[in-house]
Design a protein around this ligand. Sequence first.
Ligand SMILES: [Zn+2]
Length: 491
Amino acid sequence: MKIYNAMTRRKEEFIPIEGKNVRMYACGITVYDLCHIGHARQAIVYAMIADYLRYRGYNVKYVRNYTDVDDKIIQRANMLGKNAIDFSEEQIKETEIDMTGLHVTDADIYTKASEYIGKIIDFVSELIKKGYAYPTEKGDVYYAVRKFPQYGKLSHRKVDELLNGVRVEIEEGKKDPIDFALWKSAKPGEISWDSPWGKGRPGWHIECSAMALDTLGETIDIHGGGRDLLFPHHENEIAQSEALTGKKFANFWTYCGLIKINGEKMSKSLGNSLTIRDALKRYNYEVIKYVMFSKHYASDVDILDSDYQIAESHLYYFYTTIQAMLDFINSYGGNESEEGLADDISGKIVSDFIEVMDDDFNTSAALANLYSIFKYANASMKGAKKSNRKATANTMAKILEELHKAYTVLGLFEQDPETFVVELKKKYLKKIEVDEDYINEQIKKRAEAKKLKNFELADSIRDILNDKGIILNDSREGTTWDVKALYKIGG
Ligand SMILES: [Zn+2]
């Protein structure tokens, strides 16, 4: 298995430190508001990586933190007249609701900054003792960046280059602009804890170093987060952890790309900061996952509204086909353990899936593979002659079995196909403002017109429905209808 490592800027063979055990840490969410779709991507991506590693036989210990002590949280809590920790606790509950809604696999351990204060103080004290950090008269503690000569190795830049373009805040007692806060003295009205340097609270970067050390040990296999965390957050984590332990902090540095929405950076002021809550009201969770998995996790992406519609039409096609396969199996007694078609492709589904996923978790290639599988299934059922219907049904059963084996790792095809299709159709009918009863009435009228050989009327009914976005399919069993917008790729 190969994973792209931002430290070496190469795809590297993934070999865990200790046999089949994988220690993974991904920086989580600062809980000061409802989560948006960028948080969803990051959570979905790291859950997928943990799930896939387990699928490949690794024992994964996946740790994710909640930053529950932070400027934004304190500000928001003060505004609401709430205690900062109570407020972030509420926000964590809201986040959990969103993650459950997205069907994201839980991390094995969730850590919170507020529960690590003692360990953070110990960590900072040790860094001071070793000469990597210094307290100020005011009661702040800073990390002395130039004491750690490897600083900048993840960003591949020297300290002075890193300073360029970074807003440097002049702080009392700070010896060098590049130094960063490990401990911040309390300002009036802020939540604070007692420490050897007076009342205060931890800086942001130190919590991840303390939590990773505590839950996973000195060196971890995979560290991750959003790409915006590479500098300074992860550079600082490395400086803290490696100065303390003298060991390499993480073997693989992975990054989830950033999200733009309809061409613009997500921001509240632009009004395009789609919350997970709103996204789940608009789209089935599998549609959201499909959109995320259709892009490689590390790429920065521009998500358009049409991406969700494309995902809907693709999933519609897949689920419609799955339903047709189930019906076919039902009719002709398909069994996955019996002999299938001569050109049966089911044996390759899992191996193809593993091949692309082993290549730096290439979910977009894994999704692309689905088209040929479902195309084959449709063509086989359509072309099945009386003599090979049973063999076709057996192959359909094998395909469903293998699809399930592979794609449940991505959380796909877990839902009842009929319900999924019906719900999506309903949603689109509402969108194009067409009533289902009206469609059925028109189909009946058309059948009567045909019976009376009034083909002109029959055709005009079909055209009117077509203009409204409904297409009709005639077959021996009668006429069925479909929503044009969903039918695009299936047709
Ligand atoms: Zn972190």
